[in-house]
Design a binder for this molecule. Structure first.
Ligand code: A2H
Length: 256
């Protein structure tokens, strides 16, 4: 990790429908009104790719918190992220962590959330074991067209739905073009997965290489082909999409 702060875009994915387990736990706990807006908060460095979001990943082995941000609104993220947010003016009282309840990632798998800007609208929450508690919010927007990690996990979950204790129809295997690149075409992540012969999310070294190539080429050579800024270069579109998300209230700035 470098010395400079990392500025993420924290994307607010509103819960549309809880998984059965989560529904029961929330009802039992009783501290959150049933008409509350609860958002799963995903941290991204590529806000321009959110139009291609197909699922939302959480770690099945992380205990998440639900934090109250107003009378009606709540955020779901890691305790660690909430601690940082408390010192960034994101919660009502400076330095105070407004934790309301805890819920394990495995209990929220199968919930449905709204994905702002996504061509899908609403998406299912799926498990991703490689999510680190020490980074971002512990929640990741899946964009399989442009993130090799997300594509590899999507393929894995779709192949082994039973093993992961999910329904196969929750996995969105539709990968659409959102950024075009001269070398790798419109879906750089699957192209790199094939080229580097990556067969599972466990191929860490090759995935790291794919991730670096996808990030550089997407950013420096990519052109948007989907969304409001289609036709613009990624470099130009990135801050514009970010600002759109901040202005609409669908995202907020989060640093660490
Ligand atoms: B990115 P950095 Cl399209 N554990 O968003 C693992 N990965 C995490 C995470 C965590 N706790 N929190 C965030 N991330 C992911 C989009 C994207 C991302 C694309 C391409 C590359 C990419 C859609 N997923 O990231 O270590 C999030 O996924 C590759 C750099 O802080 C976030 O941005 O640099 C990125 O990793 C943050 O990683």
């Amino acid at each position: 990790e470098g010395v400079l702060a990392q500025e993420y875009t924290a994307l607010k994915c509103k819960v549309r429908r809880w998984s059965e387990q989560a529904q029961q736990l929330l009802a039992l706990d009783g501290k959150i009104p049933s008409n509350a807006n609860i958002f799963m908060v995903a941290a991204t460095l590529r806000p321009e790719t959110m139009c291609g979001q197909t699922n939302l990943f959480i770690s099945p082995s992380i205990m998440y918190g639900i934090f109250q941000v107003s009378d009606t609104d709540f955020y779901l993220c890691t305790d660690r992220a909430a601690r940082n947010m408390a010192f960034q003016g994101i919660f009502p009282e400076w330095g105070v962590i407004p934790k309301i309840m805890e819920i394990s990632g495995s209990d929220v798998v199968g919930s449905v959330v709204h994905a702002p800007l996504s061509f899908k609208g609403d998406v299912y929450v799926l498990p991703m074991n490689t999510i680190k508690e020490t980074k971002g919010t512990g929640v990741v927007a899946s964009v399989p067209s442009d993130s090799p990690d997300d594509f590899a996990m999507t393929v894995e979950l779709s192949k082994k739905a039973d093993f992961y204790n999910i329904k196969q129809e929750w996995v969105c295997t539709e990968v659409i073009s959102i950024i075009d690149t001269p070398e790798y075409g419109g879906t750089i992540a699957p192209a790199l997965i094939k080229k580097l012969k990556i067969s599972s999310p466990k191929d860490e070294r090759q995935l790291l290489e794919a991730k670096e190539i996808a990030y550089k080429i997407g950013f420096y050579q990519g052109n948007m082909v989907l969304g409001e800024f289609a036709g613009k270069q990624v470099q130009e579109a990135k801050p514009l999409v970010r600002q759109r998300l901040l202005d609409s209230g669908d995202a907020f700035a989060y640093c660490e």
